[in-house]
Design a protein around this ligand. Structure first.
Ligand SMILES: Cc1ncc(COP(=O)(O)O)c(C=O)c1O
Length: 403
């Protein structure tokens, strides 16, 4: 109903803090699989998936059943008590990769806060505190005061200074710059395997391997921020697997519980000694509802081989997009990994193109003026990917010189 949209826009304009600027003029009422449906009964193919969050798409029956069953039992209980689903989820996350220990929280930023705090705590507990954190230019690690300090985008930091001291930024994929900054005062290097929020830039193989060896030689901990790249998104469960290294600490959030808020800090046994009882915690973190949702997602990722699907459907999309790039001059480059794909444009028309796609029933993301980002649900089929390509091709053809 048009009224529902108008009324929601009015309430939002009047009462919600204006942090998102002008949003897309739509209210979704429900979803099914990779589709969302608006109050005006229009169907949209969701190629952004709540920015890499809706890993099982919308209203996935197994996820819905798991959440409803848990909600009927109890949603929350305090971390004063043992929580069965939390313990099960911690074990599952350790079984999936390098980690021995897990801490659960509520978002990506909170996970990165926890990871940085853990790294500082680790050296403090060793009796030799190290203040320095090395991060990358163009990185994104969250919106809290510590995570904006770690974020390598000045516009996000400047208005809120003074920030947490001790962070140094170096150019991404530049081994020499990293070597110069990481020293015996460095407690951690925090890095994304693919920089999603600044335009989908994957790290070079040699870069991540060099970070590992520089960390090893200086004793610094390697924090992999896999908030966006984790949970099968890039075609392996964790993106670090593609680099032949393991981190000391890793953060997850976004896709882990398919849309139920969650964050996770994973670490080796050694790094986990940075927290003693009472050092860290969370009221909501690791509650039965979020953990049940995450367990359902992980179960489905496993049952349906969504790691393999993200890899093959992602490769299919990249191949087709590269063909489109030959036809449409506006496309400069296609990059990414698995189902995290960036389409860089030759002109600053990403927002205009996103709007045209929206009118054509496609939900895509834009990063800055010149990059389109795709991060669809991991359940996207090849046929659905092909239908996206057909519509996207038509939008580019129709838009021609008007975008
Ligand atoms: C790599 C990375 N780290 C951290 C965050 C922050 O996560 P959240 O928005 O859940 O706090 C994001 C969000 O986009 C992200 O992409």
């Amino acid at each position: 109903m048009e009224k529902q949209l108008e009324w929601t826009m009015h309430l939002d304009d009047t009462y919600y803090m204006n942090v998102f600027g002008k949003r897309m003029p739509v209210v979704f009422t429900h979803g099914k699989g990779v589709y969302l449906f608006s109050s005006e009964d229009k169907k949209y193919l969701d190629m952004i998936g709540g920015i890499a969050v809706s890993s099982l798409g919308h209203a996935h029956p197994r996820l819905v059943r798991a959440v409803c069953t848990q909600a009927r039992k109890f949603i929350h209980c305090s971390n004063y008590f043992y929580i069965e689903k939390q313990a099960e989820l911690a074990r599952k996350l350790c079984d999936l990769g390098f980690a021995d220990r897990v801490f659960l929280c509520n978002s990506g930023a909170e996970a990165n806060e926890g990871a940085i705090k853990l790294a500082r705590g680790y050296f403090y507990r060793q009796g030799a505190p190290r203040p320095k954190i090395v991060s990358a230019d163009r990185s994104f690690h969250g919106r809290t005061m510590t995570t904006i300090a770690a974020t390598g985008q000045e516009k996000m930091r400047t208005p809120f200074e003074p920030l947490m001291p001790g962070v140094v930024h170096v150019p991404y994929n530049d081994i020499d710059a990293l070597k110069k900054e990481v020293d015996k005062t460095t407690c951690a290097v925090i890095i994304e395997m693919v920089q999603g929020e600044s335009g989908v830039y994957p790290a070079d193989l040699s870069y991540i391997r060099a970070i590992r060896s520089i960390c090893d030689s200086t004793g610094a901990l390697l924090i992999a921020d896999e908030v966006q790249t984790g949970v099968a998104r890039t075609g392996t469960f964790f993106a670090y697997e593609q680099y032949g290294i393991t981190p000391d600490i890793l953060t997850l959030a976004k896709g882990l519980a398919g849309g139920v808020p969650i964050g996770a800090v994973l670490s080796t046994q050694e790094a986990s000694t940075g927290f003693l009882p009472g050092d860290h915690g969370s009221t909501f973190g690791g509650n039965p509802l979020a953990c049940t949702a995450a367990l359902a997602v992980l179960d489905e990722v496993d049952r349906k081989n969504l790691v393999g699907k993200a890899k093959s459907t992602g490769a299919f999309l990249v191949k087709k997009l590269r063909l489109l790039a030959r036809k449409h001059e506006i496309i400069e480059e296609i990059r990414g990994a698995g189902l995290l794909i960036g389409i860089s444009l030759k002109k600053p028309v990403a927002v205009a193109l996103k709007k045209k796609c929206f009118e054509a029933g496609l939900l895509i993301g834009s990063v800055g003026d010149q990059v389109i980002r795709l991060a669809p649900p991991l359940i996207l089929t090849r046929a659905q990917a092909a239908s996206f390509i057909t519509t996207f091709d038509a939008v580019l053809t129709e838009s021609g010189s008007t975008i």
